[in-house]
Design a protein around this ligand. Structure first.
Ligand code: ASP
Length: 466
């Protein structure tokens, strides 16, 4: 007999079926034993009666989280026994056969509730159990739907999804790099990408014109509620575009996605309001203002764009550093100031950030596509010519090979999902996140490596007493 998914049982009244899944809860009333069985599609109440002797005996032995295959008959429940809170509350499966596919140790925590009472260390140490709970199953399945929507939407608009490398080069891009020692070139290191920024621009130099990627970004920063050392972006880049082209594309994509996948949510204002950085700071004292008119309404989404960011700010040593992205172009009317290195603090960039309910949901810019302009940015930051060519020579060379004007954006997928799923932090929408202090208690990482591995890498560990 072919397996039926539990969700289908409501269309199978009176039929004999085979289902499989996990024991959610079991209630033993002696003669009658109830077992709620759960699979990826839903949950159903089953009943074992003494007239099916073997099945009844087996039902007496099973425990929570055992994996069972069941043959039984789908019965309509009597009117007063219908459970209106459950999707399958109108049916019940009368068990005729139980096959135990696997037993389970007593779970370390409750799975049939939302798990908010369990401490996070314990949840993450047993993430495979934690992920069985309905809330997290839904989060991951909705995350998939959102990604699939974006992929289809962009593919329909002739974007190509292209993977870019994880082993790249350490360059000063804003955050601290995670580095990977090279075995073949002892003393040299790869860096994990902080974002695919340089590669996506090189793809524009390569004539791909429209690129996107569901991209992993790695930044060795201290974690916070809405930050993780590795996180996911919907990253995209387009050639021959201006600021408004990228903003319009992303705005339309977000609106359509929400209308399709989250019809219960209300977008406060369409088109999304656009604020200058100055306005946002003056009015809301934030460059990612929360514009919600009613902050108690969990289904209200207030997007806004923030533009006209200053390009540079003073760093702690009194020099200039970029605010968002060294590859951004200044606003066209400020290009001259950049090229002459004049009034540096007044140069505004083409950057656009998108904020949602007080969180930064994404950001991007139109890029400098001329060698001289990019060189100037690094000069302003005080880099020597030699250092500029050493770190970014590949970009400068690409720009002088016929690179079209281009621009792009990256949306933080984890934050977006956190807000859409009404979760308090991004760890609830990531399958295997790290703890607040950057560990994976399930895999026990980071971990030490063997002496042989260290020797091959030419690395000696000087123990730090922490
Ligand atoms: N790479 C940028 C970031 O990660 C986004 C972009 O400018 O496209 O913030």
């Amino acid at each position: 007999m072919k397996r039926t998914y539990i969700k289908e049982l409501k269309n199978k009244k009176g039929e004999e079926v085979k289902i499989a899944g996990w024991v959610d809860v079991r209630r033993d009333h002696g003669k009658i034993i109830f077992i709620d069985l759960r699979d990826m599609s839903g949950k159903v109440q089953m009943v074992a009666l003494p007239n099916h002797k073997e099945a009844h005996e087996a039902a007496g032995k099973v425990r929570s989280e055992w994996v069972l295959e069941i043959i039984g008959q789908v019965n309509q429940r009597p009117e007063k026994m219908i459970n209106k809170d459950e999707e399958l509350g109108e049916v019940e499966l009368e068990i005729t056969e139980i096959k135990v596919l696997n037993e389970a140790a007593t779970p370390v925590f409750e799975i049939s509730n939302n798990g908010r009472e369990v401490n996070e260390e314990t949840r993450l140490a047993h993430r495979y159990l934690d992920l069985r709970r309905n809330r997290l199953q839904k989060n991951l399945r909705m995350r998939h739907e959102v990604i699939r929507f974006f992929e289809n939407y962009l593919s329909d608009k002739n974007f190509t999804e292209i993977e870019t490398p994880l082993l790249t080069k350490s360059t000063p891009e804003g955050a601290r790099d995670f580095v990977v020692p090279s075995r073949l070139y002892n003393g040299k290191f790869y860096a994990l990408p902080q974002s695919p920024q340089q590669y996506k621009q090189l793809l524009m130099a390569a004539g791909m014109e429209k690129y996107f990627q569901i991209a992993k970004c790695l930044r060795d920063e201290d974690t916070r509620g809405d930050r993780q050392p590795e996180f996911t972006q919907l990253d995209l880049e387009m050639s021959f575009v201006e600021q408004k082209d990228v903003m319009n594309l992303v705005e339309e994509m977000l609106i359509k996605m929400i209308k399709k996948l989250y019809p219960q949510k209300k977008i406060q204002q369409i088109p999304f309001p656009v604020l200058t950085h100055k306005e946002a700071m003056e009015k809301y004292n934030s460059d990612k203002p929360d514009l919600r008119k009613d902050k108690n309404n969990s289904n209200l989404l207030a997007f806004c764009w923030v533009i006209d960011f200053p390009f540079f700010e003073k760093d702690k040593n009194g020099g200039w550093t970029f605010i968002h992205n060294p590859f951004s172009a200044p606003k066209s009317e400020h290009m001259e100031m950049l090229m002459k290195k004049e009034n540096i603090g007044e140069i505004l960039t083409t950057q656009y950030d998108i904020a949602l309910n007080g969180f930064e949901a994404g950001g991007g810019s139109v890029r400098n596509h001329k060698t001289e302009a990019l060189e100037k940015v690094f000069e302003i930051m005080g880099f020597e010519k030699e250092k500029i060519w050493q770190d970014f020579g590949h970009m400068l060379k690409a720009f002088s090979s016929g690179t079209p004007p281009h621009g792009g954006i990256a949306l933080g997928l984890d934050r977006l999902m956190m807000i859409l799923q009404n979760e308090p932090n991004i760890r609830e929408v990531i399958a295997f996140p790290k703890t607040g202090d950057v560990r994976d208690p399930m895999m026990d990482s980071p971990s030490e490596i063997s002496k042989e591995q260290l020797a091959e890498l030419g690395i000696q560990i000087k123990k730090f007493n922490k």
